[in-house]
Design a protein around this ligand. Sequence first.
Ligand SMILES: [Zn+2]
Length: 266
Amino acid sequence: MRTVTKFSIFMAAAVLIQAPWVWAAKPKSEWNEKKSQHFVVFYKDAPKDFVDEVIRSAEQYYIEITRDFGFTRYESWSYDSRAKIYIYKDQDDYVNSARQANWSHGAAFAKSKTIRTFPAAHGFFDSLLPHELGHIIFREFVGHNVSLPRWFEEGVAMYQEKSRRWGAHKTVKDAIDRGVFIPLKDLNRSLLDPKVTDEVVDLFYAESASVIYFLIKEFGENRFETFCRKLKYGSPFFEAMKGAYGRFGTIEELNQAWVDYLKKKL
Ligand SMILES: [Zn+2]
């Protein structure tokens, strides 16, 4: 009898101890979510109108970006293949919970089609959102295993930031005039210098945007799409470019044509 009592007490205690654990196993998620055709936005305590604007802008950019690249037969994101946008409470929450560098304002993860950011991120709607979506859409199109020059990948994302797109040619032309222009073949390396200055970083992004803008606007979206398709099916970078553009078979050739264009046009 005594043992049974002991056992009963033990069981009761186990249930009591167990119960909160069972409840805790399914806590209410700290994330709220809102879905649209191509996106799921996860947010913590962002205002409703901000979340609505994120959805509206993301859907708009999705259409514009696939169109700007000429990716007309792009496989649509819907249902389970929607992209995910996580909006953390603030920069601290983003840095700590998403484990990002403390200078970072947003990050894109192309394979999982995920963007992580926070409401006060610098240039949220005009720069960050189109830039990160540009990375994801472009990578999904060409594939994740294709190796690409960094200037090209960043240029493609920068091209989506319309507000910066227009100024890029001018910044690069000024750099040419001042003798600080970095030729394409040295551009990636310029960021590897441990003493790299802000001016060089800004120039890296401006040159990357400008050369992509040159390729798309001067020769059309169709050629750019053909070029990307060749990359997707395994052509080496400048072989794909020569095949699509009938020129630019080397990095020097592309660099020269782009610099000549800027000198003539601006
Ligand atoms: Zn980027």
